[in-house]
Design a protein around this ligand. Structure first.
Ligand SMILES: [Zn+2]
Length: 235
């Protein structure tokens, strides 16, 4: 994607190439003149606000988040009552994406999946899923795959067989992370984190995403070398 196009529509006036150039200095950290832009997509009422508060952006839909030498601009988008198609222009100027999920029942997951389909179409954009919980929560909500009944699953029951009280069907109980990953068919390039609202785990998830923006830059900047072929076994 041409950098010129990105810089034209960039809300903070930056192109991807200006971000990549930022850490070009060897040894010293180049002064950051631009900030990566990270849209945070929320799929449940209230969690986006709590997440922003947890990372130090209180009472606003947008603000700065600092990680090591890198400061980023974070902006909240509420996708639970908006058409996900609207995020397409936002993705084009983003440097990474964080998707915030709370409940994994069918209605919630269909919204997440619809938005993820759009996010997934940007293959080079670092993206993470974050499952947010209230402090002390030890169970999570899914829907029965057979009848759609909303069900609470306790964390410590993962891996056991459970019955749906509604349709009586039996199935293996997943962990929350594995359920989300398999529902969306996530690959390893899209990590799923768990965090507790108001706790340091929220900052950690952001740190990790920012670290991936830097890794991504480095990978794009580094020289191309040829794949090495190991000697075949038994020859
Ligand atoms: Zn059922």
């Amino acid at each position: 994607m041409p950098g010129g196009f990105l810089s034209k529509i960039g809300r903070v006036g930056l192109s991807k190439s200006s971000i990549w150039g930022m850490h070009g200095g060897m040894g010293t950290h180049a002064k950051t003149t631009t900030e990566p832009y990270i849209p945070v997509l929320s799929f449940s009422e209230g969690i986006g606000e709590k997440f922003l508060e947890s990372i130090g952006i209180g009472g606003a839909d947008e603000g700065a988040f600092s990680h090591d030498v890198l400061q980023s601009r974070v902006e909240l988008f509420r996708l639970y009552d908006n058409n996900p198609e609207g995020i397409q222009p936002v993705l084009r100027r983003a440097h990474a994406i964080l998707m915030l999920v709370r409940f994994l029942d069918r209605a919630s997951m269909d919204q997440v999946r619809e938005a993820y389909r759009i996010v997934h179409a940007e293959p080079f954009l670092p993206k993470s899923m974050l499952i947010l919980r209230e402090p002390g929560e030890t169970e999570f909500k899914i829907s029965c795959a057979y009848c759609g009944q909303k069900l609470w699953v306790r964390d410590h029951d993962a891996g056991k067989r459970g019955n749906c009280p509604q349709c009586r069907k039996t199935f293996f109980l997943p962990t929350q992370k594995s359920y989300l990953a398999s529902y969306l068919m996530l690959t390893e390039s899209v990590p799923v984190y768990e965090a507790v609202m108001g706790e340091a785990s929220c900052r950690k998830a952001m740190d990790s995403l920012l670290g991936r923006i830097l890794d991504h830059e480095q990978a794009l900047k580094s020289n191309t070398t040829r794949v090495t072929i190991p000697p075949e076994n038994g020859v």
